[in-house]
Design a protein. Sequence first.
Length: 302
Amino acid sequence: MKLSKIYFYTLFCLAIGGSFSASAQQVYKISQYLDRSFVHNPAAAGANNVTSVGAIFRTQWSSIDGGPKTAIAFGDTYIPSKNLGAGVVLYTDKTGPTTRTGGEINLSYSIKLDGDEKRLMFGLGGEVVQFKVDLNKLSASIPDDPLLKSSGTSTKGDASAGIYYRSSTFNVGVSVKQLIQSKLKLITDGTTDEGRLYRHYYLITSYNWKTDEDNVLIPHFEMRYLPNAPVDFEAGAVITHKDLLSFGIGFHYKQSYTLYAGLKIAHQLQLGYTYDNYTAPISNFDNGNGGHEVSLRYFFKK
């Protein structure tokens, strides 16, 4: 098999494998999950106590045609008088011949344990997602596949739920996305699985350790679980200097290491960049080409 075809099938399996009989991760991944738990956990909407808006753009294996590309726009807010938080996430996630485009609305309710310093938060979210396969890109490689007889497009609704504990030091949350596991029904001829949106489970935690008056060290950890797939772990640490400069390193179990740098201007405009160096699976055939993630976030503070 030619190397280009190996790339193609690897990307195709990564993108669509979880939609049929074998489960693979369907929900987009971000490396800058620290302080952005609300992207995967509706209970964390408004956890920062202020209104914020932002965006993330991520690309992987850029030298490979069809490498994953993800764009996310988000915003969240908190209303202390009502103990309510709200968040919106819009995204498009493209890998090889497949594209997922969707939007989420998340709501959280807080039980105050110590004013606004400590809160136990509960959240629910609703999502609409369009799953699309570019059939023209597949016809030459798998001409007899039943998928080619379908429209290649399916739009579904689903839900998410979570619990989040936040404080000035320790933060931890658990959540589940694609709770309903809506059926995609891309293939309806009865010869193969019709596919569905599989549940994804998340655990995200961090600890803010103020080492001195100017610096805060933040160890963080994320675990992702999808039934019938290996548990995925990621951990790292970020050090922040005067709420201005941030540097960090992380490790993705059996996958990559991550380097992070960030800048926060006037305590409001936050810029971030992450480089991921991958060791698998693409590096079995190449050097991995790495991943790049750029973020922008604005906090509306008085």
